[in-house]
Design a protein around this ligand. Structure first.
Ligand SMILES: Cc1ncc(C[n+]2csc(CCOP(=O)(O)OP(=O)(O)O)c2C)c(N)n1
Length: 258
């Protein structure tokens, strides 16, 4: 336990970030660090695991242990870390491409297994880093660099997916309401077992300006009126995979033992 302010978790020497003006990632990052501070997380016992992408860069700006993995594979790395040391707070930071498109299979199985990891997906509805291709969450009809005729597929509702796959805690917030978003992330981090938090976040550079939002502000206003349900969407107690594994392997592992 520590008594750090949220800025103490920020690697200020790395600023400015690589993110574009108007990008929501900085707001998601601040909400995450506020949740760390609210829970008094010890940076030495906290691990941020990322994949690849604009949001996948976030671990670079956080003063906790970090593991920068490969695209779509943040959850397998996070699972290994959480199982090897059940005393750690492990958070996987993923974009919608990383966490739910190339990494979609890992997401449903991490939820099903109920591993002790928080998945924080910054959903900007496209592959931001590689030029705005459509992802598994891109809404039907949207214009992206790979759907110039209008996207013909339906986008995933990630929270429904995670809840149906078994995640005990599922929540969705937006960067338009950052204080609420911080509390939703805090709820996920406090939960033993798999928690899934989706942060709806604008990508003005690659998505907004091709889809009727000329400015970042217009994108924020759209997020406020999203038709996706917001708040805590699943909240149920379930024994996590690590506890079941320890029991099967011969005796509960005591909290705090290495
Ligand atoms: C196996 C693999 N496939 C593709 C890529 C190229 N790639 C890097 S980031 C990225 C998409 C990132 O999109 P998303 O996860 O939504 O994050 P964002 O950049 O929007 O935050 C892709 C396709 C890669 N690095 N590795």
């Amino acid at each position: 336990m520590t008594n750090l302010a949220y800025r103490d978790y920020l690697a200020e020497e790395k600023l400015p970030t690589i993110w574009c003006p108007g990008c929501g990632n900085g707001t998601v990052l601040r909400a995450l660090l506020q949740a760390f501070a609210a829970l008094k997380l010890d940076p030495g016992k906290t691990v941020a695991v990322s994949g690849i992408g604009c949001w996948g860069w976030a671990d670079d700006y956080i003063r906790v242990n970090a593991f920068h993995g490969t695209h779509g594979r943040a959850l397998p790395f996070a699972t290994g870390i959480a199982l090897a040391n059940p005393d750690l707070t492990v958070i996987a930071l993923m974009g919608d491409g990383d966490g739910a498109t190339i990494g979609g299979n890992h997401l449903i199985h991490a939820a099903r297994r109920n591993v002790n990891v928080t998945a924080l997906v910054a959903n900007n509805f496209n592959y931001g880093m590689t030029g705005g291709q459509y992802s598994g969450t891109t809404p039907s009809g949207s214009t992206t660099s790979t759907s110039s005729l209008g996207h013909m597929e339906e986008g995933f509702d990630l929270c429904s997916l995670a809840a149906a796959a078994g995640a005990p805690y599922v929540a969705r917030g937006t960067v338009a309401e950052p204080a609420k978003l911080a509390r939703l992330i805090e709820g996920g981090l406090a939960r033993r077992g798999f928690s899934f938090v989706e942060a709806l976040s604008p990508c003005p550079t690659h998505f907004g300006r091709f889809n009727g939002a000329k400015t970042p502000w217009e994108m924020l206003r759209e997020l406020k009126t999203t038709s996706l349900p917001l708040g805590i969407l699943a909240d149920r107690e379930k024994e996590d995979y690590g506890k079941r594994y320890a029991r099967a392997a011969g005796g509960e592992r005591k909290e705090g033992s290495a």
